[in-house]
Design a protein around this ligand. Structure first.
Ligand code: ADP
Length: 478
């Protein structure tokens, strides 16, 4: 990978403080999505290695839960600092395995580190309550860490999604077995290197790579795992929730969205165009909070689309490692095929291509920044997460109509709208059936806010409230 610090590039799993192979010695290749070169291999682990990791995490839990909050916080702050120190290497690794442009990768490292920092502060504030009961007895509540937490992360933020879910667990006093996505294991393994350097004791944070369904099942079925945090597709989230029922674990699910992005006629058009670019083209449209259904009010439709077209045509495509690149490859062939198919179906059903609408000539899995107009609610492109750099435009006439259309989705993660009318801002923000609303902005993620969805986008929050989900409230009557 040609990093400044080669130690960050680990091709083994991290179990109980040791770098290990799979029991069968089998490995799987990891590809660079930009050029399909093999970056290296990782162990192809299964049930037994996962159980070893859970066992290690369970033993470490008995120690870690009693480490004073201040010490846990100090370790986590060192961990965050190390991420920032190694920003360039970690970012390069993200770009190489996930394909996103290097500037976005750097921002991802800082974003991930900020969750460690924020949760380190929260570790100090885990507090209970007490009350004096009438008959002279005291009622006390204390909060205690649940135990071993399983974390399954996606490939689109291979570093930050793990840092974000790991941080509240460490702060709460829980221990972790993480399974990164098969396309992007190296960023997770690099975090294990830094965790160890920061002083996270052995067994507290374990990373297992390999066959997703087998490892997932082992994590769900093991009794010692008391909570599962999953970030990924709605389909897999539903399966994991079912599997966790067997041992009555709690779960936090951050699943797919189908974000509406509404531009009202009273919006600042330039700002709305920029907000849309931010909300759509990050990671080539492959984020769960990406704008998916774009609604433009009739009165400003023409001027908005004119400005949007100019900006979309100016986006720089190319190698993600180059500083100027803004949109580059999708993660794999399946992702490319999906985007191509959704666009083709929409066109077959009457949509018009205003820009793009085809593959990038020089990048095998790259799809050009695309604008489609004439989109209707019955098209697959409106009903599914596109997960690609495609703007699917619809027109609307009045507020009530657009709210109904925006809410006509089983997903409810993020929603965005642009308006300068204060009464409308408040009204629409309340009416959108989503967990997070961006008003006059296309960027909403921050560790200090509760990040999560409603409806089939899941439940449980990352960020501000996540630590509470990893703590049990115990009542003592004394
Ligand atoms: P995407 O479609 O975005 O890849 P997935 O939900 O398939 O989303 O993947 C998110 C994470 O879930 C990845 O780490 C992947 O390996 C994991 N995963 C996929 N299938 C399963 C499964 N059956 N059990 C457990 N984890 C799974």
């Amino acid at each position: 990978m040609n990093l400044n610090n080669d130690q960050l590039f680990q091709q083994h799993c991290y179990i109980n403080g040791e770098w290990v192979s799979s029991i069968t010695q089998q490995t799987v290749d990891v590809l660079n999505p930009y050029n399909q070169n093999c970056l290296g291999t990782v162990p192809n682990c299964g049930t037994r290695e996962t159980e070893q990791a859970i066992q290690a995490a369970q033993e470490a839990f008995l120690m870690w839960r009693d480490v004073p909050a201040r010490e846990r916080a100090d370790i986590m702050k060192r961990f965050a600092e190390l991420m920032r120190q190694h920003r360039e290497d970690l970012a390069k690794m993200i770009t190489l395995e996930c394909g996103k442009p290097i500037k976005e990768a750097r921002a991802e490292v800082d974003y991930g580190a900020s969750y460690l920092q924020w949760n380190a502060e929260l570790a100090w504030h885990i507090q209970g309550e007490s009350a004096c009961l009438a008959q002279g007895r005291h009622m006390v509540t204390i909060k205690q860490p649940k135990g071993v937490v399983a974390i399954i992360t996606p490939w689109n933020f291979p570093s930050a999604m793990l840092a974000r879910t790991l941080a509240p667990a460490l702060a709460a006093g829980c221990t972790v077995v993480a399974k990164p996505a098969e396309d992007t294991p190296y960023s997770a393994l690099a975090l294990a290197v830094l965790a160890s350097e920061a002083g996270v004791p052995k067994g507290v944070f374990n990373v297992v790579t390999g066959e997703a369904a087998t490892i997932g099942k082992a994590l769900c079925q093991h009794f010692s795992v008391r909570h599962l945090t999953f970030t990924g597709s709605t389909k897999v989230g539903k399966l994991l929730m079912q599997q966790c029922a067997e041992t009555v674990k709690t779960v936090s699910l951050e699943l797919g969205g189908n974000a509406p992005f509404i531009v009202f006629a009273d919006a600042n058009v330039e700002e709305a165009v920029e907000g849309l670019l931010t909300a759509k083209f990050r990671n080539a449209g492959q984020t769960c909070v990406c704008a998916n259904r774009i609604f433009i009010q009739e009165d400003i439709y023409t001027i908005f689309v004119e400005k949007l077209l100019k900006r979309v045509q100016s986006l720089m495509t190319g190698d993600g490692l180059l500083e100027d690149t803004q949109v580059t490859t999708l993660i794999n062939q399946a992702a490319f095929n999906k985007v191509e198919c959704l666009v083709q179906q929409a066109v077959d059903q009457g949509a018009t291509v205003l820009a793009g609408g085809k593959a990038m000539p020089e990048i095998k899995w790259g799809y050009l920044p695309t604008i489609l107009e004439g989109i209707t609610a019955d098209m697959a492109i409106s009903q599914e997460e596109i997960f690609g750099p495609v703007l699917a435009l619809q027109r609307f006439i009045d507020e009530a109509d657009v709210i109904t259309r925006a809410n006509a989705s089983r997903g409810g993660l993020a929603g965005y709208f642009f308006s300068q009318q204060i009464d409308r801002v408040w009204r629409v923000a309340k009416q959108l059936e989503v967990g997070m609303v961006g008003v006059n902005t296309g960027l909403i993620s921050t560790p200090v806010a509760p990040f999560g969805g409603v409806k089939e986008s899941g439940f449980g929050k990352a960020g501000a409230d996540a630590i509470e989900e990893l703590l049990d409230k115990k009542y003592i009557n004394l």
